[in-house]
Design a protein around this ligand. Sequence first.
Ligand SMILES: Cc1cc2nc3c(=O)[nH]c(=O)nc-3n(C[C@H](O)[C@H](O)[C@H](O)COP(=O)(O)OP(=O)(O)OC[C@H]3O[C@@H](n4cnc5c(N)ncnc54)[C@H](O)[C@@H]3O)c2cc1C
Length: 454
Amino acid sequence: MALIDELRSLLGEAHVLGPEKLSLRDPGWCKTSQAAGLLVRPADAAELAAVLTATPGMGIVPQGGLTGLVEGTESHPGQLIVSFERMNRIELIDPAQGMALVGAGVTLAELDAALEPYGLMAGVDIGARDSCTIGGMVSTNAGGIRVLRYGMMRAGVLGLEVVLADGAVLDLTSPLMKNNAGYDLKQVFIGSEGTLGLVTKVALRLFPRPKAIATALVGIAPEALSSFMPRLRAALGDDLAAIEGMWPACYRYCAASQGLTRLPLAEGPGLFLTLEAFGPDDQTAREALEAALVPALEDGTIKDAVIAQSEAERATIWRIREGGGLIGSGGEPGYHYDVSLKLADLDPYVQALEAACAGLEGVSVLVLGHVGDGNLHLSLMLDGPLHPREVVDAAVYGTLRQFQGGSVSAEHGIGLEKLAALKAAQPAPVRAAMLALKAAYDPENRLNPGKVLG
Ligand SMILES: Cc1cc2nc3c(=O)[nH]c(=O)nc-3n(C[C@H](O)[C@H](O)[C@H](O)COP(=O)(O)OP(=O)(O)OC[C@H]3O[C@@H](n4cnc5c(N)ncnc54)[C@H](O)[C@@H]3O)c2cc1C
């Protein structure tokens, strides 16, 4: 029987798509995601296991909401795409246990809408929330704007159901907070970008939704960041929910791209921080944020600050920050990066990168990031010669190597885009351990072949 017929007999005709139907689908952020020309939509782990058993040795490319930014969903002819879109059921919301059991294909926005009536949420929040799936977020260990408060995706995963390359189904969906019964296998699959196993179900820890959020925009000299952060943490404790940052050129670029002519802070001493603090009501949240900022203003640690007094003012502050997610979306040539460093190294790195780019004609550097997590998103815009990616990569990663402990990927993962950067940054024993893990879980190199390890 032809492969396509065999797959149709397993899943039903409607759930095996060939090249004609795939050409009509939105490829998402990786333009070659649909190039395999063959996609299956299993309903659950059992159907997915049957697909894997029926396609021995075939390369499998898992795809969630296709919002990944590092070409992790790229596929090519001869491979089989697995979509999780039919695994879109929220099976259980258990407020007493503080957990939900969710199909891998549920989007973050769908989950959030289902949790809202319970006054609960998943913690991690990212700009792609309407499309990204819980399975994709687990597989990339997504971060976002609330990592400071809730950690990355890994911190919220209580359990997983995973299908291995040989079709074995691992039920690791224990909802328990405490579970030291042998190796914690789920951790291996979180952040492995579909190269070790296929996530079909997720048990997630839930958190109370904040009752009120106060937002401030602060101007600070970059060298004051290291002393300001511990003071903020001490003043606000667990209510400190976000510290986002923008370097001046990026602040002005994003404000202009959002059509904002009157800026909440016109000028600053270097860095613009967006701060968020939770509270029991609007007034208390604002007062707590103010109490945290006033001493720092008085002793000159920060130079200026505005606290949003209304939802409209809050939205304006966030519009500038969210403008950062749109850099390059109008087709302006440039390359985009996601690195992390120690807090004290953030601005020295930016300065060193700008110096490294001074010799590259027409290259300008726009920097923003989840500063509280030491995470920078860099856009190197090309207003002149179209320098090849490798040339710009050399400036970004070469400069990063000058700072001990920096990472070539803070939250987006490796996919195909960062293979060379990861290989250059990894000590040989670390790489050997990763290759050994891959060989143990996927000896035939079937799962998302070529991604993460090359
Ligand atoms: C506007 C925008 C804002 C973003 N903001 C952030 C941010 O703040 N923080 C952040 O971390 N990321 C961010 N991202 C990146 C992206 O949204 C995340 O990486 C997200 O977790 C990907 O989820 P997805 O369902 O779209 O996965 P996909 O893009 O479909 O896949 C991502 C990777 O996971 C694998 N995969 C997908 N589903 C499964 C599964 N069920 N089992 C095994 N492997 C699977 C894929 O093969 C691929 O390697 C942003 C993206 C956009 C477009």
